[in-house]
Design a protein around this ligand. Sequence first.
Ligand code: CO
Ligand code: CO
Length: 304
Amino acid sequence: MVGLATPDDAAVWRLSEDKAIVVTTDFFTPVVDTPYEYGAIAAANSLSDIYAMGGQPFLALNIAALPDNLPVEISTEILRGGAEKAREAGVVIAGGHTVKDKEPKYGLVVIGFVDPRKMLSKGGLQIGDALVLTKPLGGGVTTTAIKQEKAAESHIKEAIEWMSRLNKTAGQLAVEFDLRGGTDITGFGLLGHGLEMADDSRVLLHIENSQLPFLSGARSYAEQGIFPSGAFDNKKHVGDRVRFDEKINEPAQMLLFDPQTSGGLLLGVPQFKLESFKKRAEELNQPVWVIGEVRTGNGIEVRS
Ligand code: CO
Ligand code: CO
């Protein structure tokens, strides 16, 4: 149902009328200095693509590349962080593979199931849908500040909490409210992944900059110019398809190209469902931000 021809968050293969298998993989180099948290974030990020398709993960394999001289306590902590995050998701890690490499890399292969009639996809947005985001932005600038040893302790803690948070409840909400348009915000940032949705759904995304949630340190790191190189790649890649209100200054624009690690879901919620959706999100302790709406047209416009 979903493969190389229509790239989405995961590959989907129909098994029967009401069941399809969802498969995805993701792995990356450390984004934080603590091995346990790195493992948990990498696992939450890998599991996220299953939730972004409206699916339920059930089985995973570790993929790791670790330096020869890495103390065993550290590699154990990375894998333990991943295993405990998987358990929280109700997922069994049933095996995996490790190779030697100079720079550590870790992630999961994840298999899940989805009811094909209820699948979320990047092309499922409808004109009028509210755009809802389920985690704050600014993960890229914050982890870059960590790497440059410029990050405040409280900002590191906050970023780790959000990046290790599963998109499980956000995915559950999408399924409960029978949503069709959704993705997770990762390396291409809000605008890169937003544009994929706009193009696949043949619509315009109208985003209200003032409604966007950010990690506490993000704006100040942006103003100091602490951006990962991926932010510039993203801008180069999709910048000409985005129309910014002239009141939005350069650092504020760049923040929207900031690549995220284990970011939130971006969902299209039909207006008539929005109030009950927000109420249910509150019951489930799932933060949600309405950041704009889907309109006729193409590309993305960002208003101040
Ligand atoms: Co994804
Ligand atoms: Co992915």
